[in-house]
Design a protein around this ligand. Structure first.
Ligand code: NDP
Length: 494
């Protein structure tokens, strides 16, 4: 049975005890005291924590070479570990390399005091399957539990670690095998599935890159975990992880939402690893919405029509692509009370988002005009629809109004881009309603200009929310908890 371990990285023993009590109340089976994170460390700290919480705790003094802190130690490492082994902790963590000379003696000492020994090794770089397995064997031979940590940088390496872990589970030896780094989080999510002795989770700030928060790990509980995620490059700016984590939390589903920052050349191998990673759903963002299409087994109607996918449902090796931007934009028009039958709309941009917007506007019966920096691209987009779409240059646009609706579907004005207008201001003056698909910042230069001109306006927030809600529904078959998702989105944008 995998035990959930809350990792305590407090700087004083008093704070460590307080955090440990709270973690045990919040569902942790054990806590790990990272003694190397205490500011000053002496035998008194070990004794006081062992007395109050020792039977529910792992005592760890991670060495600096293996990612540990550098506390002011009143005694040597070996004296400290000797002390820890005699204090009745449930487990003491020893290192295969740093403690190599003392391992036998320390293990015997721990046994006398009814403590078990974890023997761990933190590799500095990714090593292949056979080296990982050899290291697990070496740790298992020296201790009661073998723990190996390997840095991983992508889904392929994470998949390799998972394969070794699954095979090792067959040996019956107690073990933990973690892929460290954001790409390795999935190895922590699948701890129970992979038969690990422990699932480590962060009580405060993460002690190692990619560690799950205790709250998320306890939600996974003893159930079969599944993985959702976001594929794109870059993806740090996205608020989808916060929005979907809030949805998983509100519905109490045993899933996590992870970032997969991958280049176009790695899309296929990510999808190939899907089963091993227990991937059930993906969002796709810039620049892969079109590039991922050839790797999918099936497309839903809107995705097929637009040749662009922002959501993938994965089910036992079968991949189906959807375009929930279409749904999100349509729902946002409803929420905003915009009826567009026979009305005139100007769309700026000719990328994936513009395609979804034009598609919805035409279906609603609007007459669409398109403007873009590159007119050839606007022409191509217009040509891809059966309906007549006028294409107009950005500078010429002001002379071609008025419009009932103006939609910006370019990143001009987005956080991290120039604070500029996507179209000259005289064109904005000719729109009855101004809609910017950008949601970060909430007030773009375009929306500020609309406000100055006294125009009703909206950001891309509602579209973001509704496309996310639809994706969640497709992955989970659950009614999306829209208010929880809205709160999380607002919070992330603050
Ligand atoms: P694409 O990269 O597919 O398209 C970008 C479009 O913007 C192209 O037409 C491009 O013109 C134009 N563009 C880019 N940079 C500039 C610039 N500096 N000056 C003028 N035009 C420029 O992106 P998407 O269509 O996927 O996304 C567009 C915007 O929509 C983004 O800001 C995105 O955040 C937002 N969006 C919001 C959603 C929501 O839920 N609210 C959902 C999806 C997207 P060219 O053809 O000349 O290169």
């Amino acid at each position: 049975m995998t035990k959930l371990v809350g990792v305590i990285t407090a700087e004083t023993s008093g704070e460590a005890a307080r955090q440990a009590q709270a973690a045990l109340q919040r569902g942790a089976d054990l806590v790990e005291f990272r003694f190397d994170r205490l500011r000053d460390l002496g035998p008194a700290d070990v004794r006081s924590l062992a007395r109050s919480l020792g039977r529910r705790a792992i005592a760890t003094l991670r060495s600096p070479d293996e990612g540990g802190g550098r506390p002011r130690l009143a005694v040597t490492r070996s004296t400290f570990l000797r002390e820890a082994c005699q204090r009745g902790f449930a487990y003491v963590d020893l290192e295969l390399d740093a403690d190599s000379k003392d391992l036998g003696e320390l293990r015997a000492l721990a046994k006398r005091y009814r403590s078990r020994v974890i023997v761990s090794r933190h590799c500095r770089k990714f090593v292949g399957s056979s080296r990982i397995r050899e290291t697990l064997d070496a740790c298992a031979a020296a201790g009661d539990v073998a723990k190996v940590v390997v840095p991983v940088t992508d889904a392929r390496e994470a998949g390799e670690v998972i394969d070794v872990a699954r095979a090792y589970a067959g040996t019956g030896k107690a073990h933990v095998l973690i892929g460290v780094g954001p790409a390795g989080t999935v190895t922590r999510v699948l701890a129970r599935d992979l038969g690990f002795a422990f699932q480590y989770a962060a009580v405060g700030p993460e002690a190692a890159s990619g560690q799950l928060p205790l709250r998320t790990a306890s939600r996974l509980g003893a159930r079969d975990a599944f993985v959702l995620g976001l594929v794109g490059h870059p993806i740090q700016h996205s608020i989808s992880p916060q929005v979907h984590e809030a949805a998983l939390e509100a519905t109490d589903l045993p899933g996590v939402y992870l970032p997969f920052d991958v280049d176009a050349s790695d899309l296929e191998s990510l999808l190939d690893s899907a089963d091993r990673l227990r991937l059930r759903g993906l969002n796709v963002t810039i620049p892969h919405k079109e590039g991922i299409v050839p790797f999918l087994d099936e497309l839903d109607g809107d995705a097929e029509r637009l040749g662009a996918v922002n959501t993938i449902v994965l089910d036992r090796g079968w991949t189906k692509g959807f375009n929930t931007d279409v749904y999100g934009f349509r729902m946002s028009l409803r929420t905003l009370g915009l009826r567009l039958g026979e009305r005139r709309a100007l769309v700026i941009g000719a990328g994936g988002a513009a395609k979804a917007v034009v598609h919805v506007l035409l279906r609603e019966g609007a007459r669409v005009m398109l403007s873009n920096r590159s007119l050839a691209r606007a022409d191509a987009l217009a040509y891809s629809f059966d309906e007549r779409i006028e294409v107009v240059g950005l500078e010429e646009a002001p002379r071609r109004g008025p419009w009932d609706l103006l939609v910006n579907a370019t990143p001009v004005g987005m956080a991290g881009h120039d604070a500029a207008l996507p179209i000259p201001e005289p064109a904005i003056a000719k729109a009855s309603f101004v809609y910017d698909l950008i949601y970060n910042p909430p007030e773009t230069p375009l929306l500020q200009s609309a406000a100055r001109l006294g125009k009703p306006r909206a950001s891309g927030f509602e579209m973001l929310l509704h496309q996310a809600a639809r994706s969640f529904e497709l992955w989970t078959d659950r009614e999306p908890p829209i208010e929880a998702m809205r709160r999380a989105a607002k919070e992330s944008l603050r």
